[in-house]
Design a protein around this ligand. Structure first.
Ligand code: FRU
Length: 535
């Protein structure tokens, strides 16, 4: 993993409070990467994560811990499972062992069991391999003990990691299932167990769809597998297999793809509609046909919480990309998490597909915003919107009919002189949403950072305007609905109710807070627009 410390090396900028997000988790002073061990237990959402307790670059991988009651505001608790001379603690998951199948707790005080990857080091007889190990907590996740019989699952291989464990219940019974990867073989391997200690092979999935390009160098990492009702119909459940990939994602570098299919407790069978005939080169048009969690540069290692009430499925990702992760110009911390997303399956063009919407602070969103307007026609022009507010995240909700315009969009976190800014735009000719951060502020800390991302977005039919006869009913082409969350160093865009998501980091100069909406090359109509500040 030494390649993690890229040549561009950390560039620390002393004290960058203007980049500290208001509603995204960052560690106070240190480095973080993947979310780990996401679980709801004892009234708290627990977020463990890959952390370097001693520095703000990747290394000394340990699990640190934070908790939240609302999935937005987190309390940092420090290191939960530290690395030592024998092993680094790589990514994994946590289950509530309600029936104490592992024997690590009691029937009345069921243990939390963490299943993590031991990345064995020179101080271990297992050096050079990665294998799956257990730790348990009898105090609701605050302190952890490693199991003396570790590792519990080894193949003797060097890139076997990132176990996600869940309880499967079906017609043939109940057991624990682990999805885990042979990263360089681009394979999800599936195991089963009745006690979390003894694992037997069940099946394998992959390679399939995106595998990392011509070089074949992509690694499959951090898998997840979970059921969801399609269109909220409990009688129609499908399974979603998430496979994170680095490099080789649609926007370049790290990203997450998914497959929809069926799972019988042993084998995952993807729906044929998800499978893409990939050319060897693994890029271009075929790559864009794969199913992506996010079309931006910065949503990686995304996995879901376990034990969430009401069958809700909540995911969180690392808001970063291994292409430049260690070079982000923040100090003293480096890297943060995405917003938590609630995900559902919806039938889209005849097939079940993920839709994702962010969890936001309870107050201050929707139409309660500081600024709201309705039914505004705009021809070739720009409309100044309220500036972003330091210390708060800006949430923009808009429904716009692009009409005859060639391009409509937003300039976000813009310099007051009208120069730098992050441009989010929709092009009516190509039907693509574009996020352009080439002129977003500090982009030169790494040669791979400046970038433009695009995603296909199908406009919604223009529904009847609830306000009555619509002065714009003559506009053809449909409606674009966006929820945009801007939080100091990030822009996350949820289009068409979350059918398409795009997340990018940006590092604007301090004071670059200007926001505007623009229309180029024709006439468009804003049906409704709100801007809210939340924290
Ligand atoms: C993904 C990853 C995982 C690994 C961890 C190490 O970003 O490479 O595969 O467990 O990070 O920090």
């Amino acid at each position: 993993m030494s390649s993690r410390l890229d040549a561009a090396h950390p560039q620390t900028v002393p004290g960058t409070p203007h980049f500290r997000p208001a509603i995204h988790y960052t560690a106070r002073k240190t480095w973080l990467n993947d979310p780990n061990g996401l679980v709801f237990f004892g009234g708290f959402y627990h977020l463990y994560y890959q952390n370097n307790p001693y520095d703000n670059v990747w290394g000394n991988m340990s699990w640190a811990h934070a908790t939240s009651t609302d999935l937005v505001h987190w309390t940092e608790h420090g290191v939960a499972i530290p690395c030592d001379e024998a092993e680094d603690i790589y990514s994994g998951s946590i289950v509530v062992d309600r029936a104490n199948t592992s024997g690590f707790g009691t029937a009345t005080n069921p243990p939390l069991v963490a299943v993590y990857t031991s990345a064995f080091k020179d101080g271990s007889p297992h050096r050079g391999t990665q294998a799956q190990s257990l730790a348990y907590s009898n105090d609701g996740g605050m302190t952890w003990s490693k199991y003396a019989g570790n590792p519990v699952l080894s193949r003797g291989t060097p890139h076997f990691r990132d176990p996600k464990v869940f309880e499967y219940s079906g017609p043939r019974g109940s057991w624990w299932v682990m999805v885990v990867v042979e990263a360089q073989e681009q394979k999800v391997v599936i195991y089963r167990s009745t006690n979390l200690r003894d694992w037997e092979p069940a099946s394998e999935f992959g390679p399939a769809n995106a595998v990392g390009g011509e070089s074949g160098a992509g690694e499959w990492e951090c898998p997840d597998l979970f059921p969801l009702a399609v269109d909220e119909d409990p009688a129609n459940t499908k399974w979603v297999l998430v496979v994170n990939l680095n490099p080789g994602a649609v926007a370049g570098g790290s990203g997450g793809q998914y497959f929809v299919g069926d799972f019988d407790g042993v084998t995952f069978a993807p729906d044929p509609s998800c499978l893409v005939d990939m050319p060897q080169s693994n890029d271009g048009a075929a790559l864009r046909k794969c199913l992506w969690l996010d079309w931006g540069r910065d949503y990686y290692a995304a996995v879901s919480f376990s034990n969430v009430p009401d069958n809700r499925r909540l995911m969180i990702g690392w808001l970063n990309n291994w292409d430049y992760a260690n070079s982000l110009p923040t100090d003293p911390w480096r890297s943060g998490m995405s917003l938590v997303r609630e995900v559902r399956l919806e039938t889209i063009e005849g097939h079940p597909r993920l839709v994702q919407m962010p969890i936001l602070p309870a107050a201050g969103t929707e139409t309660e915003g500081a600024f709201a307007l309705e039914r505004l026609e705009l021809r070739d022009g720009a409309l100044q919107l309220p500036d972003a507010v330091p210390g708060m995240a800006q949430v923009i909700d808009v429904e716009v009919l692009p009409g005859s315009a060639q391009r409509i969009g937003f300039r976000l976190l813009g310099a007051s002189d009208g120069g730098a800014g992050t441009i989010l735009s929709y092009d009516t000719a190509t039907g693509e949403l574009t996020l352009d951060r080439r002129n977003s502020g500090n982009t030169d800390f790494h040669p791979k950072f400046a970038s433009v991302e695009t995603a296909p977005v199908v406009l919604d039919p223009v529904g009847l305007d609830p306000l009555g006869p619509d002065p714009v009913a003559s506009l053809e082409g449909g409606a674009l609905k966006l929820r945009i969350v801007v939080d100091h160093c990030s822009v996350e865009v949820f289009a068409q109710g979350g059918r398409v998501v795009m997340s990018d980091l940006v590092f604007p100069d301090a004071g670059s807070l200007a926001t505007s909406f623009f229309v180029d090359g024709g006439k468009a109509v804003i049906r409704k627009l709100t801007v809210s500040d939340v924290s």
